[in-house]
Design a protein around this ligand. Structure first.
Ligand code: KIV
Length: 264
């Protein structure tokens, strides 16, 4: 397909217009060309090449070991597999926290080598200056607040965030600051639903919920959770298929047929 044949490529403006018109935007993670093509065929608006890659595909027990090279490799594959969705690539742990300049170098490398549309970084108030720095230099940044998996070792696991009034207030403040700093959207992970609703009503940019309730402007899920491929999905991630069983049974059946001499 040539660029001229793509009638409605999704852009950052599409996401904002959707929020303003009360239209939900659909985000899904994908990590390779094949899954990106399937997500596009199913009408997904935004593909997030999340650093969840490390846990669901690369066999790590957290997102911490994921590198810039991993993200570039997989985001390039996603870009080869789809034309229409807006594609966001996570900046991995250690590639942006040190300074705005470090974040710019990492983001520029990703944008130049993959041609994706935006980068995502974890962090609220403390990352606002970095978001501003990147945004001022023409980079579309998605912020990620609430449960931030790259801080898992500090927070002691995948726990719901914003459960006390003080913590909820801090997350509300984070959301306001990343919006003011120029983020084009903000992921709200695993926070109380009423807090996500309040944030969604009070900030100008789209909110993207995962475990944050139905009031967010958009929803995101991890590919393996949605399709029932994960061994352990978070309780807030609904499975719409059970492919883990289907795939295992198909492979078993084929193995049985080969062993029984039923196949050439
Ligand atoms: O890495 C990821 O897949 C994410 C989503 C869970 C939002 O950040």
């Amino acid at each position: 397909m040539t660029t001229s044949m793509i009638k409605h490529r999704v852009t950052a403006s599409t996401l904002l217009a959707n929020k303003q018109h009360g239209k939900k935007t659909i985000w899904l993670t994908a990590y390779d060309a094949h899954s990106a093509a399937l997500a596009e065929a199913a009408g997904v608006d935004v593909i997030l090449v999340g650093d969840s890659l490390g846990m669901v595909s690369l066999g790590f027990d957290s997102t911490i070991p994921v590198t810039l090279e991993h993200m570039i490799h997989h985001t390039s594959a996603v870009m080869r597999g789809c034309c229409k969705p807006w594609v966001v690539c996570d900046l991995p742990f250690g590639s942006y926290q040190q300074s705005p300049e470090q974040a710019f170098a990492a983001a520029a490398k990703i944008l130049q080598q993959t041609a994706c549309d935006a980068v995502k970084i974890e962090g609220g108030a403390h990352m606002a200056p970095t978001i501003h720095f990147l945004s001022e230099r023409g980079i579309a940044v998605v912020a990620h607040i609430g449960l931030m998996p790259q801080s898992m070792k500090k927070i002691g696991g995948f726990k719901k965030q914003g459960t006390s009034p003080e913590a909820a207030q801090a997350i509300l403040h984070d959301a306001q600051l990343v919006s003011d700093a120029g983020a084009v959207a903000v992921v709200l992970e695993c926070i109380p639903h009423d807090l996500a609703e309040e944030i969604t009503q009070n900030i100008a940019i789209p909110t993207v919920g995962i475990g944050a309730g139905k009031h967010c402007d958009a929803q995101v899920l991890v590919w393996h959770d949605l399709l029932g491929l994960s061994e352990n999905s978070p309780p807030f991630a609904p499975a719409y298929a059970h492919l883990r069983n289907t795939i295992t049974q198909a492979i078993q059946q084929w193995g049985d047929d080969v062993r029984a001499g039923k196949l050439l």
